[in-house]
Design a protein around this ligand. Structure first.
Ligand code: NAG
Ligand code: NAG
Ligand code: NAG
Length: 437
């Protein structure tokens, strides 16, 4: 197994204070800006470059890091990592932040400090997700704002002009991710734009626009009708041309993908089936927590396929016969960027019944199985059987997304958003009765 970076070997962001020497911190990147160039006042005719990002190492602590320097240095630093990856930073400069002025343009951070990277003294290393504490990885699903602090799309539409220009939080599902468009402005600057359509149970379609490459890149990994986002600090505007309200991702915005902590209702299998019946006719998903165990997991059966190719552009499964992505229509001879991903169906059982064929895929499957896809592919079938029996019949806390679908078994398409061993006292307290219907 891979080397492990434990959080205790690093200085916590909550303990930062100026003049710390030989500082070494670790964090997951939760926001990042594009590289920008500015005329250098000290060196007329040349440009200085900058970009910044935000890292987090615990639910309550995150800090803004910025770097200035030559174009080569800044671009190579920025190209190294993207949102969702973990970085180790050595010897950054710690500075007190000037709250009001800076938070106008950057994410509001709880820390009193900000970090500055210098080309000569600081170092940034990117670490693989399999080397770092899972506590750090799970932060990527934790919104930076109170999980109840958001507007529904209908609230935004209903408030109309009174929200024009306001900066608010939105929780919604992704309906579609548009193709990025590139253009040149009248003053010959390059620009880009990508339109995302969102929806929730109150509103079928709502536009959110990204204007920077980093958020466009992030959005390209979202899956239509699969991904849920908690977007903190997006700007709301009234769009005069389309005569409707719309959101814009700005440099303050931090987007949390699949924020499982907004899911709070606990159900039994039976209650979920009843809820699905009541949900009849609705197209929007519903969510819940289930204390259950995996009762079928075919990972050691040669006849069942558990790994598939996905398109790295849209995340959809590549058609195996034609070797093309039916969503992007990019054929493999021109576009080879596919990646291997877990894609399996498991059964979940509790004392009231079984939910069949629940989808467990991608990173969530890797986290559940505790191994990467490459480690899995290298296993012998005996090792796979052993892994299976480690997981089967272990009581887990499982976050689910459910959508009614005629094509799915039992009329219900169930997707696992997270599956972790349950804390026994918490599980028995929840099994003792209540639950929602
Ligand atoms: C970080 O702070 C700098 C100013 O110190 C600001 O320019 C930048 O936009 C901020 N960005 C992020 C992503 O934190
Ligand atoms: C970094 O180091 C180089 C060479 O040692 C030096 O010329 C340059 O001025 C230093 N830059 C900064 C910002 O200190
Ligand atoms: C954004 O990406 C496009 C296409 O890759 C590139 O031409 C442009 O320079 C990028 N803009 C920034 C600000 O990085």
């Amino acid at each position: 197994m891979a080397k492990f970076f434990s959080l205790k070997n690093f200085t916590a962001l909550s303990d930062l204070h100026p003049n710390m020497a030989n500082l070494k911190i670790i964090g997951i990147v939760i926001g990042k800006t594009d590289v920008k160039g500015f005329p250098d006042r000290k060196n007329i005719g040349s440009e200085r470059y900058t970009f910044s990002f935000t890292i987090r190492d615990s639910p309550n602590h995150f800090v803004n890091v910025s770097s200035w320097g030559s174009e080569d240095y800044i671009r190579s630093l920025s190209d190294n990592f993207k949102v969702g990856e973990c970085v180790i930073i050595e010897n950054p400069l710690i500075q007190r932040k000037e709250t009001e002025r800076e938070e106008k343009f950057s994410p509001a951070t709880p820390s009193n400090y900000k970090l500055l990277l210098s080309e000569n003294h600081s170092m940034v290393k990117v670490c693989s997700p399999y080397e770092v504490d899972t506590k750090l990885l799970s932060l990527i699903h934790l919104p930076v704002k109170e999980s109840g602090d958001y507007y529904s799309l209908a609230d935004i539409v209903a408030n109309g002009h009174s929200l024009d220009g306001r900066i608010i939080n939105v929780l919604a599902a992704v309906r579609s991710v548009g193709e990025p468009k590139y253009f040149t402005t009248s003053d010959r600057r390059k620009g880009q734009r990508c339109e995302i359509k969102l929806f929730d149970e109150t509103e079928p379609s709502f536009t959110m626009t990204c204007w920077d490459n980093e958020s466009i890149l992030l959005a390209q990994s979202w899956m239509a009708r699969e991904t849920v986002i908690f977007a903190s600090d997006v700007r709301i505007n009234f769009n005069k041309f389309q005569n409707c309200m719309a959101a814009t991702v700005i440099s303050k915005t931090i987007i949390t993908v699949n924020p499982v902590n907004t899911i709070v209702n606990v159900y039994t299998v039976e209650q979920l089936k009843v809820k699905a019946l009541k949900h009849e006719g609705k197209a929007d998903p519903f969510y819940g927590i289930l204390y259950a165990y995996i009762s079928t997991l075919n990972i050691d059966d040669e006849t069942t396929k558990v790994v598939r190719n996905r398109c790295s552009s849209c995340g959809y499964i590549v058609n195996e016969a034609s070797n093309t992505c039916t969503v992007c229509n990019k054929d493999s001879s021109r576009f080879k960027s596919f990646f291997l991903s877990f894609d399996m169906l498991v059964d979940l059982t509790d004392h009231t019944g079984t939910l069949h064929s629940c989808s467990l895929s991608g990173n969530i499957a890797e986290e559940t199985l505790g191994c990467t896809i490459n480690e899995f592919l290298a296993m012998t079938s005996e090792q796979k059987t052993k892994l299976k029996w480690q997981l089967l019949l272990e009581r887990s806390k499982i976050y689910l997304k459910l959508i009614l679908s005629h094509r799915a078994r039992g009329g219900l398409k169930v997707t696992i958003l997270s599956c972790k061993l349950a804390d026994p006292t918490e599980a028995s307290r929840n099994l003792a009765g209540q639950g929602h219907t």
